[in-house]
Design a protein around this ligand. Structure first.
Ligand SMILES: Cc1cc2nc3c(=O)[nH]c(=O)nc-3n(C[C@H](O)[C@H](O)[C@H](O)COP(=O)(O)O)c2cc1C
Length: 205
């Protein structure tokens, strides 16, 4: 599908077909392609919990204001940003060291810069986690569409409850959830609502 079509035809699939599962391999293909999304210093400060079992779905449903799509979607992703993804323990630094031919000075400089830019206040930490994981989220929805899979982003959710019930680490933040599956064609989506365009939302300075 070309990019124009992907963007104009992606919808939040309010109704999923409960009887149409999504194969694990397809889920992996979608997510692996979406992981080409950019991230600061390529740090990829994110992880994903795939909610598939009936028990986990029920738990997430109750933490999502009982939005039916959580029960209907064959899989719902919890997109998690890591507020400390710039830390030494991130394996990306090792990969970076190899990529730059073992230039430790260069990598240590990048580590220091990242720690300052993203770790020097709670606000910066949260922005780091959420901006990067937000880009990944959009990439997942567009990639899913390319593979013929519908999606639904959700932030009408109990973030603290999800943090606790899905055992997120202290430094992690649930950014949003994304239902994935196939739109239930027996139901009708409301028409796509108009977007405010460049002249309304942009300023050239
Ligand atoms: C971050 C985010 C959170 C959202 N949370 C919810 C939600 O909790 N429940 C819901 O029904 N829709 C939710 N939506 C869907 C929006 O209402 C929807 O994207 C918007 O109305 C535009 O419709 P479209 O996605 O079909 O183009 C969310 C969308 C985004 C991007």
């Amino acid at each position: 599908m070309d990019t124009k079509t992907l963007f104009s035809e992606r919808r939040s699939a309010t109704f999923f077909n409960k009887d149409k599962q999504i194969e694990d391999q397809l889920l992996k293909d979608i997510i692996n392609l979406a992981l080409e999304a950019p991230s600061a210093f390529n740090l990829q400060p994110w992880r994903i919990i795939v909610v598939k079992s009936e028990e986990s779905k029920r738990k997430l449903f109750n933490l999502s204001n009982q939005q039916d799509k959580v029960l209907e979607a064959p899989a719902t992703l919890i997109i998690i940003g890591n507020k400390e993804g710039y830390a030494d323990s991130n394996p990306v630094w090792t990969e970076m060291l190899q990529s730059v031919g073992g230039d430790e000075k260069m990598v240590n400089g990048a580590k220091e810069a990242a720690a300052f830019l993203y770790g020097s206040s709670d606000e910066r930490k949260l922005k780091f986690a959420e901006s990067n994981a937000g880009l990944l989220s959009m990439a997942i929805m567009i990639t899913a569409k390319e593979y013929g899979v519908d999606s639904h982003p959700m932030s009408g959710i109990d973030f603290d409850g999800i943090h606790k019930e899905f055992s997120l680490k202290e430094e992690e933040s649930a950014v949003m959830t994304i239902g994935l599956g196939y739109y239930d064609t027996t139901k009708e989506l409301y028409p796509r609502r108009p977007r405010r365009l460049f002249d309304e939302i942009a300023t050239i300075v």
